[in-house]
Ligand binder design. Structure first.
Ligand SMILES: [Zn+2]
Length: 388
């Protein structure tokens, strides 16, 4: 097996096993071959932990991927025409014997401009900063001692524009510091680390997480009241009825008993306010239809009214619900439910942390509209819900 592929599988499996690093299954990895001709990269729709020497990746011609970012005609197209074209071109840049036509990661072009080993993750500890109004300032403080500081990437629509912006920012970083950045923090998105070897890249991930965690308080365990099974059953049926009434969809409702973070969130006085901010990142918007809906108490009529209110305003109906004193409920098909549960729980933690760093920084209306229309995200969502 090519050393680059072996490295790719290792960095993917090591990071992918830790759910705090890959919220909602987000993240991707790549390794370039020693001769600089190819790049092995995670395939879209595969989880990092499930990648193996046989599946879950593609090999791409590096020059073909780079030519996509450099193509000036693509930059002039509107996103509806451009993004499907970019996805096709990235697929054409694949050069391997992988069967089944799995697409390379939608962030492939972005990887091409970076060092040999690239690890991109959506870690909770990083989201606390990239989703906070003073996050950038906090990051500068934490990494003050670094000779080569992390590169902060202001929010950019995902896809081609993000790849182009990163290529530009990396170039100017290189001019200033004489090398490419090893750590990049993407506003309202996540983390990129890039290094010459797999070990160095993994070490960087551990370092960033440790530094970021150093300023975050872990929620304390608290004793909650015993939750009656009858309350859970009644709430599930009320949500189910409300969703059917508001959307016409009959969806199963799943209950998640509160972990430390959810219990801490429910005990706060500002829970309503913290959930009133829109989706934190594309994943929360795409999978969970935005933040969880807060409910002081749960009856079908009230929930239906709230869902209809969202629909009337052109928003997607919430898939997650936090019911005071009980915990998290998710209304979705069985395959997407665990992803939504993870994202909704993670979002509560991020919101609590961000509140301490100057307030929550969420996607604005225009940014949400772009995501909702984004072809590649729709494709990724379809893959998750059809994955066994
Ligand atoms: Zn990402």
């Amino acid at each position: 097996m090519d050393k680059a592929l072996a490295d790719l599988i290792r960095i993917s499996n090591v990071t992918g096993k830790d759910s705090t690093l890959v919220q909602g299954g987000g993240g991707n990895t790549s390794v370039k071959t020693a001769d600089g001709e190819y790049m092995y990269i995670k395939a879209s729709g595969t989880a990092l932990k499930d990648m193996s020497p046989r599946k879950g990746w593609r090999r791409m011609r590096l020059d073909a991927v780079l030519s996509v970012i450099e193509d000036k005609t693509l930059a002039k197209l509107n996103p509806h025409e451009r993004e499907p074209e970019v996805v096709d071109r990235l697929l054409l840049a694949c050069d391997d014997n992988v069967l089944g036509g799995a697409r390379p990661s939608v962030e492939s072009h972005l990887h091409a401009a970076l060092e040999r080993c690239v690890i991109h993750l959506h870690p909770l500890a990083v989201a606390a900063y990239v989703n906070a109004k003073n996050g950038r300032m906090q990051i500068e403080k934490i990494f003050r001692a670094e000779k080569f500081p992390p590169l902060w990437v202001p929010y950019t629509d995902p896809g081609f524009m993000l790849a182009k912006r990163i290529a530009r920012l990396v170039e100017s970083y290189q001019k200033q510091y004489g090398r490419k950045p090893a750590i990049m923090l993407l506003e309202k998105h996540g983390l990129f680390v890039t290094a010459g070897t797999a070990d160095a890249a993994l070490k960087l991930v551990r370092k960033v997480i440790k530094l970021c965690k150093s300023k975050l308080d872990e929620p304390k365990a608290r004793k909650g009241k015993r939750i009656a099974d009858s309350d859970i059953a009644a709430t599930k049926s009320a949500i189910r009825k409300a969703v059917l009434d508001a959307t016409g969809q009959s969806l199963p409702v799943t209950y998640f008993a509160p972990n430390k973070a959810v219990a801490a969130f429910m005990a706060r006085k500002d829970s309503v306010k913290l959930l009133a901010t829109p989706a934190l990142n594309p994943d929360e918007l795409v999978y969970a239809n935005g933040p969880a809906m807060w409910l002081n108490k749960c009856d079908a009529e009230t929930v239906a009214k709230k869902l209809k209110f969202l629909l009337d305003r052109g928003q997607k109906p919430s898939a997650a619900f936090i019911v005071k004193g009980l915990g998290l409920f998710v209304a979705a098909d069985k395959k997407t439910t665990p992803v939504i549960g993870e994202i909704a729980t993670g979002s509560l933690q991020i919101r609590m942390h961000a509140a301490k760093f100057g307030g929550i920084l969420a996607l604005n209306k225009r940014q949400q509209d772009f995501i909702n229309n984004w072809e590649a995200e729709a494709f990724r969502k379809k893959l998750v819900s059809t994955k066994k």
